[in-house]
Design a protein around this ligand. Structure first.
Ligand SMILES: [Ca+2]
Ligand SMILES: [Ca+2]
Length: 253
């Protein structure tokens, strides 16, 4: 996973951003004609695992699903808006078989991509160095903007005087989700354009806590929910409103 700062800078390159996309739901397969009833993660047979399979597009869907099932896969959920499937199967050779199917753009297993650092002997965050005194900030920034170094570093404070943003520009935040109800986020957030591609995994196969208990039925968060907070932080870097409170983003208006 990129560090928060790396993600923030990547988004900042888009400047004039508007809609911050969080995550939205893979619809239950039962809602899709021709696909079996959605099955909760716990029903994945022992020894099987889940895969994300991305199709070329809607036209490829029916043929690809039939071929995936012939290759030993079972569709659990489908996000028709982006032609993505969550499929369970025995892992041996499944990705290789599916990758060769016409209409399949790519496939990968659900797996841990990394781990964050933990404090020795506990889960508390490792304290950083003492914060430097906040410098006097440029005019027209929100009260907490002086605690950020990035806005001035990329001259966003100066850029906004010429162009505060263009709402035709959409930015997707691929992260822990986005709290679309946050007062600094809500003005630029579009829940209808947002999707959640990830199902909560309460525990890893060894029983260790990963996401913890699911907050919502089906273990899929709604598109305006952030289960971790980091995605909302990144969305704020991009597009927090310049509204006289909190912080403002690179695209403040
Ligand atoms: Ca969650
Ligand atoms: Ca603000």
């Amino acid at each position: 996973m990129k560090s928060p700062r790396a993600v923030g800078w990547a988004a900042a390159a888009l400047v004039a951003a508007v809609a911050t996309a969080g995550a939205a739901s893979l619809v239950p397969a039962a809602a899709v004609p021709g696909v079996a009833q959605a099955t909760p993660p716990a029903s994945v047979p022992a020894g099987h695992t889940t895969f994300t399979v991305l199709l070329d597009g809607p036209a490829a869907r029916d043929g690809a699903v039939a071929a995936i099932e012939a290759a030993g896969g079972r569709v659990l959920r489908e996000n028709a808006a982006v032609s993505a499937l969550v499929v369970e199967a025995a892992p041996a050779g499944f990705v290789e078989r599916v990758a060769g199917i016409e209409g399949v753009f790519g496939a990968t297993s659900a797996h841990v991509v990394g781990a964050t650092r933990s404090a020795p002997g506990g889960g508390a965050a490792v304290p950083g160095p003492p914060a430097a005194p906040a410098p006097a900030g440029p005019a027209n920034l929100d009260p907490l903007d002086t605690r950020l170094w990035g806005l001035s570093m990329v001259r966003a404070d100066a850029a906004r005087t010429a162009q505060a943003g263009d709402r035709r520009v959409l930015v997707g935040i691929l992260d822990t989700g986005v709290d679309g109800t946050h007062p600094d986020i809500a003005p630029g957030f579009d829940a209808n354009l947002s999707r959640n591609f990830v199902t909560d995994v309460p525990n890893d196969p060894a029983g260790n806590v990963l996401d913890g208990p699911c907050e919502f039925d089906g273990c899929v968060d709604p598109p305006d929910h952030d289960g971790g907070g980091h995605g909302t932080h990144v969305a704020g870097t991009v597009a927090a409103a310049a509204n006289g409170s909190g912080v403002s983003g690179v695209r403040p208006g």
